[in-house]
Design a protein around this ligand. Structure first.
Ligand code: OGA
Ligand code: MN
Length: 250
């Protein structure tokens, strides 16, 4: 390993140096049906979280979700049978808001910090800006029969990064060239065919930027008894899914 690489690129969490889970793995992205001008702006870091980090995150989110009811979603809504909360870390709350101070909050905050650090170091060559201003994370608890249909995240509320940690179940996320309905963007190319699929196992992290953020919609596909990924058959049982979503400010 070169001694001349900046330390921030080498470090991956506490005392861990570039392990496989800190690099995107192209085996988890299917480009078989991708449009020819696709810019490879969606990546997956399989096994990004350890089992222990996943458990701590789950505990903290479940504690905060506790009193929320599942929402049905309206007839025209993109998401149904889900609960969603904003997930602030201790340094994101103002002192009027209380965060319970049991010890799990610190592990949770550390995982959020580690994820943002990795995203910053991965994305720095791809972004125009030097600083990323993170919005508070969101947690989405999607029930087994809940749906997340194709959409482009609002360009009025968040910036150029969408990333997510997947917990509880595996899924396939499909990106498709978006039609103009989602944005006012006049450069949007209408009528392009094709799609890009991301395989998102539990404990993985995905990140959408570039075209994948602005020109493509994203959605979660239902379960597959057999899904062909790079010539291998995989079984994808999309049960109840908990995701932690990272976005940046405009
Ligand atoms: C969203 C979204 C994806 C996920 O909340 O806008 O696309 O991984 N979520 O839960
Ligand atoms: Mn979205």
């Amino acid at each position: 390993m070169s001694l001349f690489r900046p330390a921030s690129r080498l470090r991956c969490g506490h005392f861990r140096y570039l392990t496989a889970s800190c690099r995107p793995n192209p085996d988890y992205v299917s480009l078989t049906s991708a449009p020819s001008n696709y810019d490879n702006s969606a990546v997956v870091f399989p096994g990004f979280l350890s089992e222990a980090e996943g458990r701590d995150l789950l505990k903290e989110v479940q504690k905060r979700m506790n009193r929320r009811r599942f929402e049905e979603g309206h007839w025209d809504s993109v998401i149904s049978k889900y609960r969603e909360i904003e997930l602030k870390t201790p340094d994101e709350v103002n002192n009027m808001e209380a965060l319970s101070d049991d010890s799990n909050v610190q592990e949770f905050a550390q995982t959020i910090r580690r994820t943002r650090d990795l995203l910053r170091s991965y994305l720095s060559p791809h972004l125009a800006k030097n600083e990323i201003l993170w919005l508070p994370c969101h947690a989405i608890d999607l029930s087994k029969d809940g749906k997340l249909d194709a959409h482009v995240d609002s360009v009025k509320f968040s910036g150029e990064i969408i990333a997510g940690i997947s917990l509880l179940s595996d899924s396939i996320m499909r990106l498709r060239p978006a039609k103009g309905e989602w944005t006012d963007d006049e450069t949007m190319v209408e009528g392009l065919d094709g799609h890009v699929d991301l395989y998102l196992p539990k404990l993985s992290l995905y990140c959408l930027h570039g075209n994948s953020r602005f020109q493509y919609s994203h959605e979660l596909l239902p379960s597959f008894s057999v899904y062909q990924l790079h010539g291998k058959d995989i079984h994808v049982a999309r049960g109840r899914r908990l995701s932690i979503i990272f976005r940046d400010a405009l």
